[in-house]
Design a protein around this ligand. Structure first.
Ligand code: HSE
Length: 413
C-alpha cells in the first residue's frame, strides 16, 4: 500500500428499529450525509439492518450493529429492545418520548450499569438541541425554570386559528404535513408535551419525573373568541410546558397559556418548538427550531448517532428526589358572560378580592341584555383563584360557566 492511500476503517453499523416517517427519513438522510460524516469521523455510518412489523429479526440486527437506533415508538417492544441492546454493550439512540418519560430511570440505570450511551435528543423538541444544552452547556447552571413550546402540532393549530382557520381544518393540515402523532389525541390533549416536559425536568433538575407527575391540559376545549379577546390585552395563546423549582420542590405542567409579546416564546409560530431556560446566573436562554416532521426529527437522530461515534455524553447521574408541588402561583385570564345590570361588576370584584385575586386589566363589552367581562389578574395561588371562580360561577347573573386560562407575566424584551 502506498503511504498516501487512505486508511479505511470499518463502517459504523446502525441497526434501525422502525421504518415509519422518521425511520425512512433517517435512512435517507444517513445515506446523504455518510460521506461527510466519514470525512470528519473516519468511519462511515451504514444501515446494517432494519426491523419493521413485517421484516427483520431483532437478534440478528443486534448482533451485527455497533449502535441501535429506535424510532418505532410505543412502549413495548421498544423498551425491551433498548434494554437488551444496552445489556449487550451496545450504545443506543431513541426518539421515543413516551418510553423515556415512563421508563427513563430504568433505561438510564441500565446505560450506567453497562457503561453505554443512551442518546435521545429527538425525543424532545425535534431538532432543537435542548437535551444536549441541558446535559452539557448548562450542567453547572442552577436552573430555576423552563418554559417550552414542545409540541409542533398544537403550535401549528393555534397559529392557524389566529389566522382564521377552524380547529378541525388546522388539525387535518398538521396531520397532512406529518407533524401529528399516529393518534393525534396525544398532541391535542397535551400528553405528548407532558412527556417531553417530564424528560426536560429530569435533566434540568436531576430528579425522577414520570409522565404521571405532570399535570396537563390540551387545546381541545379552547374557544376561538378567547384568542380574540386576549388580543385586546396584547396576549397570544400557546400550549406551554413549565418545569420550575418552588420552595425546594418542583412543579411540572402543560397548559394553554397566554403570553405578552415581550416573552421569547410569543413569537414562535407554526410547527416550530422553543424552550426558554431561566436561571439567576444566565437570565434566560431561548432555543428554537423545527419541532416536528420526519426529516427534521431524523436530523436530530442522526446528530445523536454522530455524537455516539465521537464519544458524546454519558447518561444522567442517578436522581435525587424532589417533592412535587401542585398549587402554583400564576396570573390568570378570566372570561365571564354575565347579565348587564347594576352591581354585577362590583359583586364579581368583591368575591375576587376576598380570595386575594387582584385584577390587572379588565374589558367589558355590552351585548344587549348581557355583557362579556374579560379580565387578567395579577399572580395568585391557583387554589385561591379556583375557589373564587367557583363562587363567582354561583351568581344568578352568570350566563355561562366562567373560563380561565393561565397567563405568563414575564417579558424579557
Ligand atoms: N407530534 C409531535 C409534535 C412530533 O407535534 O410535536 C414531534 O415529537
Amino acid at each position: 500500500m502506498s503511504p498516501e492511500a487512505p486508511i479505511h476503517e470499518a463502517p459504523f453499523k446502525v441497526g434501525l428499529l422502525g421504518f415509519g416517517t422518521v425511520g425512512a427519513a433517517f435512512a435517507e438522510l444517513l445515506q446523504e450525509r455518510a460521506d461527510e460524516i466519514e470525512r470528519f469521523n473516519g468511519r462511515r455510518p451504514v444501515i446494517s439492518g432494519v426491523l419493521t412489523r413485517t421484516r427483520g429479526d431483532f437478534e440478528e440486527i443486534l448482533a451485527e450493529a455497533d449502535i441501535i437506533v429506535e424510532v418505532m415508538g410505543g412502549i413495548e417492544p421498544a423498551r425491551e429492545y433498548l434494554l437488551r441492546a444496552m445489556r449487550a454493550g451496545k450504545d443506543v439512540v431513541s426518539a421515543n418520548k413516551q418510553l423515556l418519560s415512563q421508563h427513563g430511570e430504568e433505561l438510564f440505570e441500565t446505560a450506567r450499569e453497562h457503561d453505554v450511551r443512551l442518546r435521545f435528543e429527538a425525543a424532545v423538541a425535534g431538532t432543537v438541541p435542548v437535551v444536549r444544552v441541558l446535559e452539557e452547556s448548562l450542567s453547572a447552571t442552577p436552573i430555576d425554570r423552563i418554559h417550552g413550546i414542545v409540541n409542533g402540532t398544537t403550535n401549528f393549530i393555534l397559529t392557524e386559528m389566529t389566522h382564521g382557520s377552524s380547529y378541525a381544518e388546522a388539525l387535518a393540515e398538521a396531520q397532512r404535513k406529518g407533524y401529528a402523532e399516529a393518534d393525534p389525541s396525544d398532541d391535542v390533549s397535551g400528553r405528548d408535551a407532558a412527556a417531553k416536559m417530564a424528560i426536560l425536568a429530569r435533566l434540568a433538575f436531576g430528579t425522577p419525573v414520570h409522565l404521571d407527575d405532570v399535570r396537563y391540559e390540551g387545546i381541545e376545549h379552547l374557544h376561538g373568541d378567547d384568542l380574540e379577546y386576549a388580543r385586546e390585552f396584547g396576549l397570544g395563546l400557546k400550549l406551554i410546558g413549565t418545569a420550575e423549582r418552588i420552595d425546594g420542590g418542583l412543579s411540572v405542567s402543560v397548559y394553554p397559556t397566554f403570553l405578552y409579546s415581550g416573552h421569547p416564546l410569543a413569537a414562535i409560530s407554526g410547527s416550530f418548538n422553543a424552550v426558554t431556560v431561566e436561571s439567576e446566573t444566565i437570565t434566560e436562554i431561548t432555543l428554537s427550531g423545527p419541532g416536528a416532521g420526519g426529516r427534521q426529527t431524523a436530523s436530530a437522530v442522526l446528530g445523536d448517532v454522530v455524537s455516539v461515534m465521537t464519544g458524546g455524553a454519558r447518561p444522567p447521574a442517578p436522581p435525587l428526589p424532589l417533592r412535587l408541588v401542585e398549587d402554583v402561583q400564576s396570573a390568570f385570564y378570566l372570561h365571564l358572560d354575565v347579565a348587564d345590570r347594576p352591581g354585577v361588576l362590583a359583586s364579581v370584584t368583591k368575591v375576587l378580592g376576598e380570595h386575594d385575586v387582584s385584577i390587572k386589566s379588565v374589558v367589558q363589552r355590552g351585548m344587549g341584555e348581557n355583557a362579556r367581562l374579560v379580565m387578567v389578574t395579577h399572580p395568585v395561588v391557583e387554589s385561591s383563584l379556583r375557589t373564587a371562580v367557583e363562587r363567582v360561577g354561583e351568581f344568578d347573573f352568570m350566563r355561562s360557566t366562567p373560563r380561565t386560562i393561565r397567563v405568563i407575566e414575564e417579558e424579557f424584551v
